[in-house]
Every structure is written in C-alpha cells, then in structure tokens.
Design a binder for this molecule. Structure first.
Ligand SMILES: [Zn+2]
Length: 74
C-alpha cells in the first residue's frame, strides 16, 4: 500500500507483512491510525488503520465447517 508523507510529499509503500502485524496491534490498542516513519524525512506519518485493513487479509478461519456447525448448533 502506498503512503504519502504529509511533510515532504515522498511516497513509499508499506509491506503487507508490516501491515499484517501493525493492524491487529492498533486494533488491540484501539488506535485509529498507525504511525510509520517516512523513509525520506524520518517524520512520523499517521496512516489510518481502516485504510490499511483493506490490504490485510482477514484471519481466515482454520476450519470453516466447524464454525458452520457452531452457528447451526446454537
Ligand atoms: Zn517525509
């Protein structure tokens, strides 16, 4: 995902792996944005978590059949 620095206009990309780590952490802390460091000017750029979530695949259920069973049982 591409992020544009508010300060210097430099655009850089965030790795999927980084986002996959940062998004759950931010959600856990109830943060609405993740702070990343601009590769160019080293300032801190806030990236909205919601924006990142679009690029992070949801944790897939290991066994979809099981969750189906659960919902049927209840
Ligand atoms: Zn910058």
């Amino acid at each position: 995902m591409n992020v544009r620095c508010n300060y210097c206009g430099h655009s850089f990309s965030l790795g999927r792996e980084f986002m996959a780590m940062a998004v759950p952490q931010a959600l856990e802390k109830r943060q609405k944005s993740v702070v990343v460091e601009c590769a160019n000017c080293r300032k801190q750029v806030k990236v909205p978590v919601r924006q990142m979530q679009r690029f992070v695949p949801r944790p897939a259920p290991d066994a979809p059949e099981e969750s189906l069973e659960e919902s049927e049982a209840s």
